[in-house]
Structure formats: C-alpha cells, structure tokens
Design a protein around this ligand. Structure first.
Ligand SMILES: CC(C)(COP(=O)(O)OP(=O)(O)OC[C@H]1O[C@@H](n2cnc3c(N)ncnc32)[C@H](O)[C@@H]1OP(=O)(O)O)[C@@H](O)C(=O)NCCC(=O)NCCS
Length: 191
C-alpha cells in the first residue's frame, strides 16, 4: 500500500517527499536528537535520504511506516511519527515512534501525531496491540508514551543497539478505548 495522507488537528501526516531531505537531515543532525537516538556524529544527508526511502518502502512492502509531519499553520516540516515493523527477529511488534525537530518540542505535536497514528493502526490496520521501544533515559519520549496510555512491560537488549537495554512499552486496543489515549490522568480527550 502507498503511505496515506491523513490529518490531526494541527498537523498533516503525509508521505515523505524529495524536498524533505534538507529538513530531515537538519533534524537528525540536531544535537538533542542525535544524542537521544544514539546517532553517529557524522550523520548526514545519506542517512536522512536512506531513512526517508526506507519509510516509503516500508509502507509499500508492509503497510506500515512513518509519516512526515507538516505544520498546518506554516507548511513547515516538523518531524516524523508513525509505525515501524522492521524485519528483525527480536523486534517486539508494530511500533509507534516519534521524532521532532527540537524547535518544535513542547507544543504537544508528538503526542498529537502519535495519537492519530495509534488510531490509524487500531482502526485502519486492525491491530490489537502496539509497542513503543524507548531507552529509559529518554524521559521526553517516555512522557509521550505515558500520555498515550502505553505501559512498560519489560526492559531488554535489542540487536539494533546492543549496548543498552530498551524499555518495551505496550498499548492494547482495549486500553486505548478505555482511556482514549488521554493517559492515566485522563487528560485531553482524543476526539
Ligand atoms: C520524544 C519527542 C518527540 C517528544 O517531544 P515533546 O515535544 O516533548 O512531546 P510533545 O510534542 O508531545 O509535547 C509535549 C509537551 O508540550 C506541551 N504542550 C504545549 N502546548 C500543548 C498543546 N497545545 N497540546 C498538548 N501539549 C502541549 C505539553 O505540556 C508538554 O510539555 P512538557 O514537556 O513540559 O510536559 C522529542 O523530545 C524528540 O524528538 N526527541 C528526540 C527523538 C527521540 O528521542 N524520539 C523517540 C525515540 S524512542
């Protein structure tokens, strides 16, 4: 399937385009993003381009992938969010993931886009459960997962980054329907 174009309140979730290479490269090179994702110091345009083609390819091959996030108010590229189901024996399942350019942190965009992605996975793809793979030190990412209602099930080492243990967070469709992605505090109804 081709990556669909969908929307949330303030964002367009759309397929990656060639014109995103500069912005995607800048996002990967931003120091807090590089640090959080354990990217190499010399991460650059090839990595950005190769990830973008990978996301588009994953949609085509598998029906999962990440969207480029565009701010409706400005048309700016603000990051990526979506689904990830790589061909790795120890990957726990269909993952929901999020990365924003640092200048767009602190506005609720990651949670808003991920909420839309979770709804898409449960109701368009008919998934029963979704995971999120997060380093315990990544408190901002953990906060996004918590706001969506994910719970930590285990910590373990995964082959893509063997030097550290990842937290494996899960959200079932039943949990989602009970909380509507508002998190345990019951804040911010989804729809
Ligand atoms: C993880 C990441 C996407 C989280 O970004 P974030 O901006 O903290 O998360 P959100 O976009 O959901 O924004 C939430 C914040 O916006 C605030 N906010 C402001 N306006 C808001 C609004 N209108 N609606 C909702 N929240 C709003 C919230 O109160 C919250 O603030 P807080 O951090 O002070 O509690 C970002 O830190 C990132 O890109 N990190 C690097 C990449 C990475 O680690 N990815 C995850 C790998 S597992």
């Amino acid at each position: 399937m081709t990556c669909p174009r969908i929307e949330s309140e303030r964002l367009v979730l759309r397929p990656f385009a060639e014109s995103d290479v500069d912005d995607y490269t800048a996002m990967l090179q931003a120091e807090p993003v590089r640090r959080a994702l354990h990217l190499a110091d010399d991460v650059g345009r090839w990595d950005a381009w190769s990830q973008m083609t990978g996301w588009l390819g994953q949609w085509e091959l598998r029906g999962t992938g990440q969207w480029a996030l565009e701010e409706k108010a400005t048309g700016q590229f603000v990051g990526r969010t979506g689904l990830h189901h790589p061909e790795r024996a120890d990957w726990p399942g269909v993952e929901v993931g999020w990365v924003l350019r640092p200048e767009h942190w602190g506005r609720g965009y990651a949670t808003e886009a991920a909420r839309r992605a979770v709804g898409y996975a449960f109701y368009e793809l008919d998934r029963d459960a979704l995971c999120s793979v997060i380093l315990p030190e990544n408190t901002r990412s953990v906060a996004v997962a918590r706001r969506l209602g994910f719970h930590l099930e285990e910590e373990r080492v995964l082959s893509h980054l063997p030097s550290v243990a990842h937290g494996i967070w899960w959200l079932t469709r039943t949990e989602w329907e009970l909380t509507r992605g508002a998190g345990k505090a019951g804040r911010r109804p989804t729809r």
